[in-house]
Design a protein around this ligand. Sequence first.
Ligand code: PGA
Length: 240
Amino acid sequence: MNLFVANWKMNMTRAQARAYAEELGSRIGDGSDGAELVLAPPFTAIEAARDPRGRWSLGAQNLSEHAAGAFTGEVSGAMIAEAGCRYVIVGHSERRTLFGEDGPLLSRKLARAREAGLVPIYCVGETPRERAAGSTAAVLARQVEALGDDPTDRPIVVAYEPVWAIGTGLAATPADSASAAADLRELLSPRRDLRVLYGGSVNPGNARQLLASGGVDGFLVGGASLEAATFAAIAGAAIA
Ligand code: PGA
């Protein structure tokens, strides 16, 4: 089933999340046939974004590399799972570039996610400079090394998010997406339950084409997920 994840980033108070959930619920009615929807709010709005009818599930945007203890300001996988999340985003490019998260750290976060029973949404993608140098495939191969110790018999979601496409309005072409998705499926071929997403300036106008020819199972959506109507329209592209 196609998977659509709304990455709200550092947006949405609890009140805004409640209003969004109400709007999304009214847009999708009895459910979104053929599409699995996930909202990834800030930690504080996870509970407010919950759907009592279970038409979408929840994800966190980050987790601690530690299980518990004296780590002021951190949030553990167990806390996230207990708050009602099924998923957790690991290795988003903003975490990599703004917060210096690298492969070894991300491996530890993946392990904590598994211990908590969370399904990781592991993000990869090349920078503009890496793309210009023609090293996209090498970058993806290096970034998936963080999954080396992750059990291959568990479900995993890998999001191809080229850094140059995130928040720029310049989405990858379906051909770019298809090429990266094929590389990722090859790199992760022992895995039986792998879904590959595309992320980076997805909107209702490009969603259908990217889904039809981009070689992916859905999207990780940032800016365009901040309006429930727009997020529902993107998911609607799959069902159409
Ligand atoms: P964008 O962000 O849709 O705003 O480009 C995607 C992401 O960062 O996951």
